[in-house]
Design a protein around this ligand. Structure first.
Ligand code: SF4
Length: 477
């Protein structure tokens, strides 16, 4: 084996270094609490794993596949030599969230999925190495202090404190602009705080990040829903020079089926909100945990469905089943998430869809009628369309049902903002590269524009919009 980071080590030497998977807590232990399941790397294993990087010439496949364009080979080189802070700073040149993206990106579809080491040898664990160096840096020297440009006197209102909004806020602050983040929830973070479960993303990390942003001078106005409590027009009247809309997409898609309003049936957004974030940061009306019975059915097949399955197990459910209307090949989420859910004891029934929900005498769900599906021709998404099989209905007993069918944006912003063009249930029309909307001075990005997508793509949208807003503000002079 070559020395870790030895500049003279050749490709053959590097190919001989075995893959070291990052450590995770055992399923039997982790399923009883909401603590992070990833233990990650230590110094020696991180160096060894990073040494497997072949240092492909630029542009490397991994960096090209990273939506942020992180210079991954440079970071791997420094990690292999033990310069973890240098590596963390490489990530921080292009990313404001390496400790978060390293945890929650679906790396198998992005950076790791494009590594030339491919399926046979397996890519280095790029995401968890990114997480390792970012955590290491904060443990050794705290959150790094960026250089802020001199104050410009310009003010920007950020609507929505999720990943797109926080990325835009930090970037605009670095440009020297005054920034206020308006957040409808009691605490910023959006889906980072209220959507992604704690066992995937510890909430202490989000609190630390928000405190760090406040330390840079960013103001937070929480419990303030723009579109209901105040309007975009009123923000301009208050003297803001530009507005960024990063309100996300957090309205649960509804299922139309008899009995869907029975007690014991939850939408995934509410279910995760009632179970994962610290209680004191949850809106009052959602502080009570859901009633989770012994048999939980989760309808849907994406990452949110997996989050609900795993949350149900942690809430004490004994039989936790995902019901999905296509097959595993058409599932939209990450394979890593499915594997984690199955390791923890969840199971999946493919090619079934709910027909109706049946209640007991107290109006609580007690059973669910399902119908089996076949697969027809591909639909607009490119996936084969589920086709009901007549006469295949059957009933299963359930105590709790969670509907994880996707999310839509809140239409309120579009309805209350003159000249702001929207489409498809409130998605905001905005230019891809700049986030410029149909209304001058108003920019938008993230899930409110694209529909539900990745954290990292929302961060990219926030950074791009911040650059465009900076240029817009400069032109106002
Ligand atoms: Fe990979 Fe995501 Fe990190 Fe980019 S941000 S290097 S895609 S884990």
């Amino acid at each position: 084996m070559p020395d870790n980071g030895n500049p003279t080590a050749g490709v053959k030497d590097r190919l001989r270094i075995p893959h070291t998977p990052y450590a995770e807590r055992e399923p039997e232990a982790r399923v009883h609490d909401f603590q992070d399941i990833v233990l990650g790397y230590d110094i020696e294993t991180a160096r060894r794993e990073a040494s497997r990087c072949l240092q492909c010439p630029q542009p490397s496949g991994c960096a090209a596949a990273c939506p942020l364009g992180n210079d991954i080979p440079a970071a791997m080189w420094l990690i292999a030599q033990g310069d973890f802070i240098g590596a963390a700073n490489i990530y921080r040149q292009t990313s404001i969230f390496p400790e978060i993206c390293g945890r929650v990106c679906p790396q198998e579809r992005l950076c790791e999925g494009s590594c030339v080491l491919g399926k046979r040898l397996g890519p280095p664990s790029l995401g968890k190495l990114e997480m390792f160096v970012a955590d290491y840096q904060r443990a050794v020297e705290g959150w790094p202090k960026p250089t802020l440009a001199p104050a410009t006197g310009k003010r920007v209102a950020i609507v929505g404190g999720g990943p797109a909004g926080l990325a835009a806020a930090e970037s605009l602050t670095r440009f020297g602009h005054g920034v206020t983040v308006y957040e409808a929830a009691p605490y910023p973070g959006g889906l980072l705080m209220y959507g992604i479960p704690s066992f995937k993303l510890p909430k202490s990390l989000i609190v630390e990040k928000v405190e760090y942003l406040a330390g840079l001078g960013i103001e937070f106005a929480c419990n303030t829903r723009v579109g209901r409590d105040i309007t975009v027009d009123s923000l301009f009247e208050q003297g803001y020079h530009a507005v960024f809309l990063g309100v996300g997409a957090n309205i649960d898609a509804k299922l139309k089926a008899p009995g869907v309003d029975l007690a014991g049936i939850y939408q995934s957004g509410e279910y995760l909100l009632r179970t994962n974030p610290p209680r004191e940061l949850v809106p009052d009306r959602f502080r009570e945990p859901p009633q989770v019975g012994k048999r939980v059915a989760v309808i849907g097949g994406g990452d949110t469905a997996m989050d609900c399955l795993r949350t149900s197990l942690r809430m004490g459910a004994e039989e936790v089943t995902c019901y999905y209307r296509r097959t595993e090949a058409e599932m939209p989420g990450s394979k890593k998430e499915r594997v984690h859910a199955m390791e923890e004891g969840a199971r999946v029934e493919y090619l079934v869809a709910p027909v109706r929900f049946i209640g007991d005498e107290d109006g609580h769900v007690c059973a669910m009628e399902l119908q089996r599906m076949g697969l027809g021709e591909p639909d607009q998404s490119g996936r084969r369309r589920p086709v009901p099989i007549k006469g295949s209905e059957f009933t299963v007993p359930v105590d709790t049902v969670v509907l994880a069918l996707g999310y839509w944006p809140d239409e309120t912003i579009g309805q209350t903002t003159p000249d702001l063009k929207t489409h498809d249930y409130g998605l905001i029309d905005a230019e891809t590269q700049t986030g410029q909307t149909s209304r001058p001075g108003v920019f938008a990005g993230g899930d409110a524009v694209t529909g539900p997508d990745l954290v990292v793509t929302a961060v990219v949208a926030g950074l791009h919009a911040a650059q465009a807003i900076h240029e817009y503000l400069a032109a106002l002079n």
